[in-house]
Structures are given as C-alpha cells and as structure tokens.
Design a protein around this ligand. Structure first.
Ligand code: FES
Length: 101
C-alpha cells in the first residue's frame, strides 16, 4: 500500500506540517536528515500534539515528546512512552506513506 501525503518541498525545514490521514492527522517533519511521519496523537490520553521549540507538546495535560526519538520527555505520559511513527518513503519528490512493500 502506498498513499501520497505531500510534496517533499511542503515539509518545512523546522517545525512540522499537519496533514489529514484517513480521517486522522499526522505530523510530517524533518529529523536527522530524513523525513518522519508521526501520528498526531498523544499516547497519554489521545490529545493532539503541537510542535513547539523542537518538541511535540500536548495541550491537554502537558506531555512532551522528543521529535527525533519520539520518546516522552515530560508530563504525565509514561517514561517509556513513544509516539507512533508511520513508515514512509520519499520518491520522485513526494512523501508517501508505505505499508507492506
Ligand atoms: S492526553 Fe496528552 S498529556 Fe494527557
């Protein structure tokens, strides 16, 4: 399965772009020289995530996550919690969600 998310040029150099994804949302952003796609879901209780100063922060109860590793860095999320990353691939200038290829 392959699903186009956006053009690679749509992804900002810092921060993220939030895109629809089958009725939900994902953050697409640059990290460590590659593009990552993370579900816009706080793993504490399902709140949305805001991209602030290089971290994802949940406005519901204040959990924060490292954008590179996805690991929780503060707030009520479990210390071993991690954001949900989606597999993706950049091809011909597009960022695609890929599954099972
Ligand atoms: S739902 Fe995100 S901190 Fe509680």
């Amino acid at each position: 399965m392959r699903h186009r998310l956006c053009a690679e040029s749509d992804v900002p150099e810092s921060g993220s772009i939030v895109l629809p994804f089958f009725g939900r949302e994902v953050h697409v952003y640059r990290s460590g020289g590659r593009i990552r796609v993370a579900a816009n879901v706080c793993v504490h209780f399902g709140g949305p995530l805001e991209c602030k100063d290089g971290s994802f922060v949940c406005p519901w109860h204040g959990a924060s996550y490292d954008m590179d590793s996805g690991r929780a860095t503060g707030g009520p999320a479990r210390k071993d919690a991690q954001l949900m990353f989606l597999s993706s691939r950049v091809e011909n200038g597009d960022v695609n969600y890929v599954w099972g290829e």
